[in-house]
Design a protein around this ligand. Structure first.
Ligand code: UD1
Ligand code: MG
Length: 483
């Protein structure tokens, strides 16, 4: 039962109705939030049994007492629901535009103009359709990855190609390719000027950004709800960021926002708001204890939606700020991703069977053979990370490093909190994954379970968003002064 105080506050959103009505397309966008939530939740529920029956299933690595398989790739029904809802949205957003009819031909012959009707927002519609195209190709790539487990070196560059339509419409819309040079040290502006045009390099940055966002969500994964939770926090933060530009009087005297800026953010919201609904509908099933796994389909889909919203909304650098935890996780992972340190198939933490306490998983170094050039880097990198309390190393009697905790943000949070696992024995498997000396030896340090660790990762993501807002709206003014 809602409390009386809550009922008093309930009419408050009604005050925003005139503003919502004055902003083109915002009302249908907002209606898509609950629609996407319920439709996704139902679609995922309906697909669970079929996914299991078709063999899309995985073992929950952190549930030693749960032998049954969990349906995998539930990101597919979520992404399909999203795309279908966005298709349905097109007539509501564009059909009422002030279009001028073409002259009818009296003889009934073929008619029409390849340039289309005047007054119709062709460019905005092409932005929308290109976003959908890029999103759909990412869903396809994620689905293929779920089926074929594509090798990293093959799947790394594919999102670059998927982002091509987005780059073309960015160019067609006169998207900027300049960056502001920092105000200090002073010689930078004397040398380069206040603004520097990166030209084609800026397009390289945008396509790398979409590739990064697609893969970065996939490597910050493996505990229940974390793939969806991080996407919800980033998308919600971007919605708050865009909402700040929604001035119904934009472009009129006295308003600080231009109409162009406002409409860009309205466009991004039309991608992000339904995405939040889908993500929350999926989280209902994916949160601890997961009743579905989202699969790579979700990670690729989510990364591409966020990239499209940022790039086509013309705030790609701001977008990157909201990925601070993902950037950190990627940089920390680099030694494993680039072969300096062995990378086991799964880098998720391990679980102690009787207490369900988590502890960092390990990669064994003993038998690993990095190239001669890279092996020299291994020790200084790992010891620096250990000094920063991000990894914990094991040494043999001669002082050689025998293993390291896996280089992920999730393991680093455990190491930082002081959790220590049992010492590892050499692995008998070829993937270099450590095996615990005594399966029953409890980890030392604070007891952190899977839901607590999920909370810690989400806390880090929210702290990252707060930092992003601070950098964007305070520090940027200091580092990039107008003069
Ligand atoms: C990425 C990570 C890998 C991590 C995996 C977990 C890199 C380079 N790769 O690999 O280290 O272990 O994601 O998703 O960083 N699973 C759970 N609980 C969950 C989610 C997934 O146990 O909450 C397990 C299930 O067995 C599931 C499997 O992870 O079947 C999915 O792994 P997959 O997405 O195929 O791994 P990658 O994306 O290749
Ligand atoms: Mg994955």
């Amino acid at each position: 039962m809602p409390s009386a105080a809550l009922l008093l506050w309930a009419p408050l959103p009604l005050l925003a109705l005139p503003a919502v009505a004055a902003l083109p397309g915002l009302a249908p966008t907002l209606l898509l939030l609950p629609a996407a939530f319920h439709a996704t939740s139902h679609a995922v529920a309906a697909c669970r049994a079929t996914l299991l029956a078709r063999g899309f299933a995985g073992r929950d690595l952190l549930k030693p007492h749960r032998p049954e398989l969990v349906p995998e790739s539930a990101g597919l029904p979520a992404a399909a629901t999203y795309v279908l809802l966005l298709f349905c949205f097109i007539p509501f957003k564009y059909a009422r535009s002030d279009v001028h009819d073409l002259e009818a031909r009296a003889d009934g012959a073929w008619q029409g103009q390849i340039g289309g009707r005047s007054g119709f927002p062709h460019h905005e519609l092409s932005l929308y359709l290109c976003a959908l195209l890029s999103i759909l190709s990412s869903v396809l790539l994620g689905w293929l990855d779920d089926i074929f487990d594509i090798r990293w070196r093959l799947k790394m560059p594919i999102p670059l190609v998927a982002s091509l339509p987005m780059l073309v419409v960015y160019h067609a819309g006169g998207g900027g390719t300049s960056v502001v040079v920092p105000g200090w040290p002073g010689f930078l502006r004397e040398l380069l000027g206040r603004v520097i045009d990166l030209g084609p390099l800026y397009y390289v940055f945008i396509s790398m950004l979409s590739t990064f966002s697609v893969h970065s969500i996939n490597i910050l994964a493996g505990i229940n709800g974390v793939e969806v939770g991080q996407a919800v926090v980033i998308a919600a933060s971007l919605c708050v960021n865009s909402a700040m530009y929604l001035d119904p009087r934009a472009g009129e005297p006295g308003s600080w926002a231009s109409k162009e800026l406002r409409d860009r953010h309205l466009f991004s919201l039309s991608l992000l708001v339904p995405f939040c609904g889908c993500a929350l509908g999926l989280l209902r099933w994916n949160r601890f204890p997961s009743r579905v796994f989202v699969g790579d389909t979700w990670c690729y889909f989510a990364g591409q939606v966020l990239a499209c919203a940022g790039v086509l909304g013309h705030f790609s650098k701001t977008l990157l700020l909201f990925f601070i935890p993902q950037v950190f996780n990627f940089l920390l992972s680099c030694p494993q991703l680039f072969g300096i340190v062995p990378c086991p198939r799964h880098r998720v933490p391990k679980v102690h069977a009787s207490s369900l306490a988590l502890y960092p998983s390990r990669a064994l170094l003993k038998d690993a053979k990095p190239s001669a050039k890279l092996s020299a880097l291994r020790r200084p990198i790992l010891e620096l990370l250990q000094a920063l309390r991000l990894v914990q190393l094991e040494y043999d009697k001669r002082g050689a490093i025998t293993s390291t905790t896996n280089l992920t943000l999730i393991n680093a949070l455990l190491v930082f909190a002081g959790v220590r696992g049992p010492p590892s024995l050499p692995a008998d498997s070829a993937d270099g994954e450590g095996k615990e000396a005594a399966a029953d030896a409890a980890p030392s340090g604070p007891r952190i379970t899977e839901p607590t660790l999920w909370g810690l990762v989400m806390g880090t993501q929210i702290a990252g968003s707060l930092l992003a807002f601070t950098v964007r709206y305070w520090l940027a003014g200091v580092v990039f002064p107008v003069q």
